[in-house]
Design a protein around this ligand. Structure first.
Ligand SMILES: [Zn+2]
Length: 137
C-alpha cells in the first residue's frame, strides 16, 4: 500500500541513494519508470514515514518485496531482507567481473541477487549502464 511521503523527504531519500535502486543499484535515469519511495519496514507492519525507514526502489524489487521483511534461503530457512538504511550493500552483494550481474555473498544478499538474475530487462539496462560508464572514463 502506498503511503504519502512529503516532497522534501522524497527528495532527501532520492539524493541519499544517488537516484539508484537501493537493492539492485539500477540508475533511475536508465529506466522509463519513476522509482518508488519504499517503506523498508512496511506501513502495514508499523513502519514509519521517516528518513531512516525509507529508500529508493525500482518497481521490480518493490513488487518482489511487497510488505515482507523476511524471505527464505535456498535451505528453506527464514532470513531477513536487506535493510538499505542500516546494511552495507558491499557486505551483502558483489558484481560479476564484467559488472553486469549482482552476486549475493550472504543469505540476505542471495535472496535479492537471485531475484535480479531472473529479470532479463534489468540485465540489459545494467549492461548498457556499465558500457556507458566505461565509455566515459
Ligand atoms: Zn532495483
Amino acid at each position: 500500500m502506498s503511503e504519502y511521503v512529503p516532497v522534501d523527504l522524497r527528495r532527501r531519500v532520492r539524493d541519499a541513494f544517488f537516484s539508484r535502486c537501493a537493492y539492485c543499484q539500477t540508475d533511475e535515469a536508465l529506466t522509463v519508470a519513476i522509482f518508488e519511495i519504499e517503506h523498508i519496514t512496511p506501513v502495514s507492519l508499523d513502519g514509519q514515514t521517516e528518513f531512516d525507514n525509507l529508500c529508493l526502489a525500482c518497481s521490480s524489487y518493490s513488487r518482489f518485496k511487497s510488505n515482507r521483511t523476511h524471505g527464505t534461503t535456498d535451505a528453506g530457512l527464514e532470513c531477513r531482507l536487506f535493510y538499505p538504511q542500516q546494511d552495507s550493500w558491499l557486505e551483502h552483494f558483489d558484481w560479476t567481473i564484467n559488472g553486469t550481474v549482482i552476486v549475493g555473498v550472504t543469505d540476505v544478499g542471495i535472496q535479492i541477487a537471485a531475484r535480479r538474475r531472473s529479470c532479463y530487462n534489468w540485465f540489459e539496462r545494467r549492461r548498457v549502464s556499465v558500457w556507458v560508464d566505461q565509455d566515459n572514463e
